[in-house]
Structures are given as structure tokens and as C-alpha cells.
Write a protein that binds this ligand. Structure first.
Ligand SMILES: Cc1cc2nc3c(=O)[nH]c(=O)nc-3n(C[C@H](O)[C@H](O)[C@H](O)COP(=O)(O)OP(=O)(O)OC[C@H]3O[C@@H](n4cnc5c(N)ncnc54)[C@H](O)[C@@H]3O)c2cc1C
Ligand code: FES
Length: 270
């Protein structure tokens, strides 16, 4: 699907957890064609902010007839500007961009691992996997550093999805890291599951150390890199990949990804 740039009016913005907001806007044309893993670039209307470059955000939910929801956490200038938006604010949206997760793995079980604000593509993927004609069993592991950052994603997930929560401070869910929840889940699988992941680089690198082609049918990760254009021009978003001969090649997060075969990513990437 060809990405388009459009000015849209924010339909809703609400706080979901500490420093974390959900932003909704209309997308009448392409909403139903957006796949899990895809993202859009968000930019301010002229003269409304000192933010110059657009910023990438994964699609979180596609509702009914054409409403998109993204979930974002405040880090710097752009996300602070976004947190100050109100219904009716005008924003620029360029998308849908990037590739999608593989939706029909030959696996009877899917384990999705979301770290922090890596949650949006995992939540959308859980819904799409559940909607398959022959859905796999689905486990979604979701962890945050602090319990007050946990987003109440459970009410938005299909009932069959098993949600496993953790936080490093132990204030919500099990105390510890997502890898602590992942280990017993994968060990208990009677056949290799599909494993999908999105989160901070060190977390994904740690997960990559726990999977292999023997215990995992498919390992896909959604990567994040700083992006200036989103369309393969600025060359700012390269991801190092290993090649069969052991050398390193580079792919663009924006146009080749953001979803890659996790067995091919060179972890940890700088
Ligand atoms: C494909 C893709 C999908 C993304 N999806 C989402 C999403 O759904 N929700 C979301 O909130 N963010 C998402 N991001 C990250 C988001 O684009 C950045 O958080 C945003 O660009 C930060 O802009 P800023 O101006 O607020 O911060 P900047 O001024 O650009 O950064 C401020 C500081 O925060 C650090 N920082 C920036 N981003 C992150 C991060 N993700 N994690 C940790 N530290 C960071 C920077 O290194 C810097 O030190 C995605 C990124 C990519 C590439
Ligand atoms: S963001 Fe410009 S090349 Fe990827």
C-alpha cells in the first residue's frame, strides 16, 4: 500500500500510565489495510511547535470505520509536544510505512514479548493472530521498569490472549524482567512456538540469547532506530545484520523493516 501524507485532527488524547498517552485520529482510507508492525511518521502543523523532523510511531489499534490509535511515551521534544495536543489539534501523519510481522506461522503457539513502549505493535499483532481462521495459542508477555508505567492493555486484547505482566520494581505483575517470564513459557511448549518481540535493544538482545532454530519456529523483532525521513532517503536508520559468511550488512529500519528476522539481526546493535 502506498503511504500518503495527510493533515488530520486529533480525535482524542488520554493518559494511559505515567508519561504514556494514547492518541487517536481518523484514517478513513487505509485503516483496514494496516498490518501489525507498520508505523507512521507524526509531525506538527506549521508554526505550532519547534519540532522540525517527524517522529515514527507504531500503529497500536485500528478501530471500527477508520480510527487509528497510537500509544506514545514522553522522552524528548517531540513526544512532549504530542502530550500537549488536544482533540481538534492538527497533526501531519505519513503512513502506513514499513513491513509487517508474519501472520501465519506454522506454529501452534505464539509468544509475544513487549518491553516498555514496544507494546503497541505486539498488542496489534495479538489481535491479528487471534483473528486468523486457525489461531495459535497466544501468550503476551509485557514488562515495564516501573509498575506505574504498565498500560491496561488487557481490556483491549481478545479474551483468548494470555497476558503475563512484570515490572522491575514489582509494583505490577511479577517482579523482574520479561526474560524471567519467557524462560518457563518456552520451556513448557510441546512444539517450537513463533516468538515475536518489540522493546529496548538490550531486552531484545537478551531474548535473542534464549531462542534458537531448535526451540523456535519463527523469531521476528520490530527494531527501533532514530528516523528523519521514514522513506529510505536520509540513511539514518541502519540496522546491522549478520550474513551467512559472518560479515555484517546493513538494512534500513524504515524501508526494509522495522520487522526483521531476529536470528539475522546483529545483537546488540549500536
Ligand atoms: C519504527 C518505530 C516505531 C516506534 N513506535 C513507537 C511507539 O509506538 N510509541 C513510542 O512512544 N515510541 C515509538 N518509537 C520511538 C519514538 O519514535 C521516539 O520515542 C521519539 O522519536 C522520541 O522523540 P522525542 O523528540 O520525544 O525525543 P528525542 O529528543 O528524539 O529523544 C530524547 C531522548 O530520549 C531518548 N529516546 C528517544 N526515543 C527513545 C526510546 N524509544 N527509548 C528510549 N529512549 C529514547 C533519546 O536517545 C534521547 O536521549 C518508535 C520508533 C521507531 C523507529
Ligand atoms: S529514516 Fe531516513 S533512511 Fe530510514
Amino acid at each position: 500500500m502506498i503511504p500518503v501524507f495527510r493533515w488530520v485532527e486529533v480525535s482524542d488524547i488520554r493518559k494511559m500510565a505515567r508519561s504514556t498517552y494514547e492518541l487517536s485520529f481518523p484514517e478513513p482510507e487505509s485503516a483496514s489495510k494496516i498490518g501489525p508492525g507498520q508505523f507512521c511518521m507524526v509531525s506538527p502543523a506549521p508554526h505550532t511547535s519547534d519540532v522540525f523532523l517527524p517522529r515514527p510511531f507504531s500503529y497500536y489499534r485500528v478501530d471500527g470505520p477508520g480510527t487509528i490509535r497510537i500509544l506514545f511515551r514522553t522522552f524528548g521534544r517531540a513526544t512532549r509536544w504530542m502530550a500537549g495536543l488536544a482533540p481538534g489539534s492538527r497533526i501531519g501523519v505519513f503512513g502506513p510505512l514499513g513491513n509487517t510481522f508474519t501472520l501465519a506461522p506454522q506454529a501452534r503457539r505464539a509468544i509475544l514479548v513487549a518491553g516498555g513502549i514496544g507494546l503497541p505493535p505486539m498488542a496489534m499483532l495479538a489481535g491479528r493472530l487471534d483473528a486468523l481462521d486457525e489461531p495459535p495459542e497466544i501468550d503476551l508477555i509485557y514488562g515495564e521498569q516501573a509498575g506505574d508505567r504498565i498500560v491496561d492493555v488487557g481490556s483491549d486484547l481478545p479474551g483468548r490472549v494470555r497476558l503475563h505482566l512484570c515490572s522491575e520494581d514489582g509494583a505490577a505483575g511479577q517482579k523482574g524482567l520479561v526474560t524471567g517470564l519467557f524462560r518457563p513459557l518456552i520451556a513448557g511448549c510441546d512444539s517450537p512456538p513463533a516468538v515475536y518481540c518489540c522493546g529496548p535493544g538490550p531486552m531484545m538482545a537478551a531474548l535473542a540469547g534464549l531462542v534458537s532454530s531448535e526451540n523456535t519456529a519463527l523469531f521476528e523483532v520490530s527494531t527501533e532506530e532514530n528516523m528523519a525521513c521514514g522513506k529510505g532517503i536520509c540513511k539514518g536508520c541502519v540496522i546491522p545484520m549478520t550474513t551467512p559468511d559472518g560479515s555484517v550488512s546493513y538494512r534500513y529500519c524504515c524501508t526494509d523493516g522495522p520487522v526483521f528476522n531476529g536470528f539475522e539481526v546483529k545483537w546488540p546493535h549500536a
